[in-house]
Design a binder for this molecule. Structure first.
Ligand SMILES: Cc1ncc(COP(=O)(O)O)c(C=O)c1O
Length: 409
């Protein structure tokens, strides 16, 4: 019932939390806070992290999972594990959240921006292929808005050219491509449990999934300062030291990207109902899109038959040329007259000053530009009521009607 206040409010806007804790999850959190031997991975075992990782591995169907502090940390670890350096190139979409790119930019590798498919709005083999060179070491595929990219053709390219495929699954936990969960298809999968995501671990959290078990062990050594159980004989249990400090992988310093134990306990609980959460979001999406089916001005993401979309967001392109209008006209009308606060995302990264400053301003991504310049992202979260979805659709229909009739002033 946590949503009542939002639902009766006159203004509909994106909330700060996408999926609230259930009372069972709150109870579990309290239990861990009261009873757990430690709240951190490092000091004295990591019961909840271990259990969450085991469950996540089984859920995704990968070889191993490593719980971390964020998806950005998971992306950083995957960048490190591929051994990326200044002589290498990485291909990824410019149409994504900044965190997809920064961990790779930080390796000093060259980033090349792939365009999105105009229908699915994710990258595909055709947009990646022209960018492949002898230096291509990594392709980062983002399952944006919760829709899996066409992984088979991308993996076929990877096999042919010998590059790593990293799946950015931040927005797509539980999404399925041809019967397989995202995060189990590429060499690495990176998940986010931040407050805006379909499932959360108390504000921050992430998971790295791996295809090769050895990468899982290396990621654990990197994750917590290279501190590792002592192997072999010691003079005494504390001489020379209780634990060893190892070089996690050749030539790399370790980091601290650990997830807390309470966070892991909540994540483990929420994972049990993730499919249910996603089913609800899919129902909401179908209801909303059906209510707008007489409005071809709004073009929603095309979902291929073999993909199970988890609708992290509800984004559409507004094609208002027939009535001589632009997305901004719809955006302003919705906001000012109908109190429906949509947002615009994701600023193509090549257009930002930060990426331009580091030499990543060049891109030939016309579909990315066309989508970004015309897109609108509606307020969206888990457990929206039918009434709220219908209300949001009604306000949108009214606004588009007004633009069609030309009396929006
Ligand atoms: C596509 C994408 N990648 C990565 C991230 C980073 O996730 P985190 O905040 O857990 O680091 C996000 C978060 O919004 C995202 O949307």
């Amino acid at each position: 019932m946590a949503y009542v206040a939002t639902e009766i409010a006159r203004t509909i806007r994106m909330p700060g939390v996408q999926t609230r804790l259930s009372s069972d999850e709150e109870q579990e959190l309290l239990r861990v806070l009261r009873e757990s031997n430690s709240l951190s991975v490092g000091a004295g075992g990591c019961t909840e992290n271990d259990a969450f990782e085991t469950d996540f591995t089984q859920f995704v169907g990968c070889s191993d999972s490593v719980a971390v502090s964020s998806c950005t940390s998971a992306l950083e670890l995957s960048a490190t594990l591929t051994g990326l350096g200044p002589d290498d190139e990485v291909i990824m979409p410019a149409h994504t959240f900044i965190a997809t790119a920064v961990p790779f930019a930080r390796t000093s590798a060259n980033i090349r921006w792939a365009d999105i498919d105009p229908g699915t709005r994710v990258i595909n083999a055709d947009t990646i292929r022209p960018l492949i060179t002898k230096r291509t070491k990594v392709v980062v595929v983002v399952h944006l808005y919760g829709l899996p990219a066409d992984m088979d053709s991308i993996i076929a390219l990877a096999d042919q050219h010998g590059f790593f495929v990293i799946e950015d699954c931040a927005q797509a936990p539980g999404a399925i491509y041809k019967g397989r969960r995202v995060g189990s298809i590429g060499h690495f999968g990176c998940f986010s449990f931040q407050t805006h995501k379909n499932m959360q671990t108390l504000g921050e959290g992430g998971m790295l999934t791996v295809r090769d078990k050895q990468h899982g062990e290396q990621a654990r050594r990197l994750r917590w300062m290279g501190i590792w159980p002592w192997k072999g004989k010691r003079e005494k249990s504390w001489i020379p030291a209780g634990n060893d400090i190892v070089e996690p992988i050749p030539g790399r310093w370790p980091v601290n990207y650990c997830m807390g134990e309470p966070n892991a306990a909540v994540g483990r609980m929420m994972l049990k109902r993730l499919d249910k959460i996603n089913d609800g979001r899919r129902r909401q999406a179908i209801r909303f899109m059906e209510a707008l089916s007489d409005y071809p001005e709004l073009c929603f993401q095309h979902v291929p038959n073999d993909c199970h979309h988890v609708y992290h967001l509800m984004a559409a392109r507004y094609d208002g040329q027939s009535s001589g209008h632009h997305r901004d006209d719809l955006f302003i009308l919705l906001q000012d007259k109908y109190q429906l606060h949509a947002i615009v995302q994701y600023w193509p990264l090549n257009r930002s000053e930060l990426f331009q400053k580091f030499g990543f301003g060049d891109a030939n991504v016309p579909e990315t530009d066309r989508f970004y310049d015309n897109m609108i992202s509606f307020p969206w979260w888990s457990d929206m009521s039918d009434e709220l979805i219908d209300d949001m659709a009604r306000r949108t229909c009214k606004a588009i009607d007004e633009l069609r009739e030309g009396n929006s002033n």
